[in-house]
Design a protein. Structure first.
Length: 155
C-alpha cells in the first residue's frame, strides 16, 4: 500500500481546518457575549474642586447613557469633596445634590475621604447623605483598582 501523497494530505488538512472554523467562531462569539454581560466597573477619582466635579458628573451621565449596566464609584479627596458637601452649587447656582441623588438612584456610589475632612476640619455631618466616608480617598481608589478590578478614570 502506497502512502498518501502530499497533495491529498494537504487537501484533507485544509478540510479539517475549514470544518473547525465555525466551531472556533462560535466559541469566540460565546466568550465575547459572556464578557459583554459582565458590568464594567469604573472608579472616577475627583480631586480638584467644583469645575472638575461638573465635568466628572457629566462624564458619568454620558457613561451611563452609553452603558447602563456600568458599575460606577466616585472617590473624592482634597478639593474633590466640595460637591458632596451640604449646599454645594455649580457656577450657575444649581445644587449638586440633585444630580448626585439622580446618579445614586442609578447605582452610582459616592465616597468621601475622611483624611480630607480631618485636615480641613470639616464636620462629617456636612457630607450629603448620598455619600459615604472612607478612611482615605487615595487608598480607596487604589483598592478598587488593585483588588476589585475597577478601571480608573479622571475627568
Amino acid at each position: 500500500m502506497r502512502p498518501p501523497s502530499v497533495a491529498v494530505a494537504l487537501f484533507l488538512g485544509a478540510g479539517l481546518a475549514v470544518a473547525a472554523q465555525p466551531a472556533a467562531a462560535q466559541a469566540a462569539a460565546a466568550t465575547s457575549a459572556a464578557s459583554s454581560q459582565v458590568p464594567i466597573k469604573t472608579v472616577y477619582h475627583l480631586t480638584n474642586g467644583l469645575d472638575e466635579a461638573s465635568r466628572g458628573l457629566g462624564n458619568i451621565r454620558n457613561h451611563l447613557a452609553a452603558d447602563p449596566t456600568a458599575k460606577i464609584t466616585v472617590v473624592t479627596n482634597g478639593n474633590g469633596i466640595e460637591f458632596l458637601l451640604e449646599g454645594a452649587k455649580d457656577r450657575n447656582g444649581n445644587p449638586y445634590d440633585v444630580i448626585v441623588q439622580d446618579l445614586k438612584s442609578k447605582g452610582v456610589d459616592f465616597r468621601v475621604c475622611n483624611n480630607t475632612l480631618v485636615s480641613r476640619k470639616i464636620d462629617p455631618a456636612k457630607v450629603i447623605p448620598e455619600a459615604s466616608i472612607v478612611p482615605s480617598g487615595v487608598a480607596e481608589a487604589a483598592k478598587l483598582q488593585a483588588r476589585e478590578g475597577y478601571v480608573y478614570l479622571r475627568p
